[in-house]
Design a protein around this ligand. Sequence first.
Ligand SMILES: [Zn+2]
Length: 301
Amino acid sequence: MEEKIRNIAFLWLKEQIQIYGEVLPRKILEKGFEYRNQRVTLVGPSGIWKPKVFETMPISITSTYEGPYEDKFTDDGLLIYRYRGMDPNHRDNIGLLEAMKSRTPLIYFHGIMRGRYLPVWPVFVMQNSPEELFCMVAVDPIFAFGVNAEGYFRTEIKESSLSVRKYVMAYTKQRLHQSSFREKVIFAYDNRCSLCALGHRELLDAAHIIPDADEGGEPIIQNGLSLCKIHHAAFDVNIIGISPDYLVSVREDILLEHDGPMLRYGLQELEKQKLLLPRKKENWPDKERLDMRFHNFQMAG
Ligand SMILES: [Zn+2]
């Protein structure tokens, strides 16, 4: 039955991501779902979490944003996950060991911010180091790109080659960084678009002022802007520019156009408006980066 519940948990997570986006709020995971009148929680007070319906093995492992458990990645593409406390024989740690022996897939929740987690699944415990109080976890490529409606098949599990594993872990790390950038930027702007003040997280993006492939394009709050989908797209194609004084400019030909309310309220009326800035001044967009970007906008216009 545990295997069945794990499959349902994977599919349930997929659904939650469709509703809430890639990063999930803790309260959703604490509540979990119901299976045959029993509640299956996905996280709890312990980082190695075993819901009541499970016997010994956990369903998930969690790293907290500023908790005592610092997680790291090895060069071989493995995640180092610290044990609970100092006793390798604590039942939570034993549960991890059992998951390794039986090659049971788990969920890894990466803490991005207080109370917000990026789920990665399925992951497998590959190696155990009881003396050093940690284990090593891999994202298995066989399952990394989705589980079908019937769930996963235990018989398909096999060791993946080092290069494939490295590739998958690099991809996972990139996802973690991108999600973290998005969360931090949108949070700094109080979950609003900095141009139109739209306050629906699902419709917000963290836009880069300097693209991440360019020099100066680091994923830091000062290189980000919280923008709704339409304003993100308009900013990216230089329909909208933002000056280093935080004033909005709209491309000239767009200002001369005549059309419906989306054009009028959504774009034209932004001309000469002031950008809505984060409450904390240290999070305001970097003027130097805005200047570089605004130069591009002026050249494009
Ligand atoms: Zn907007």
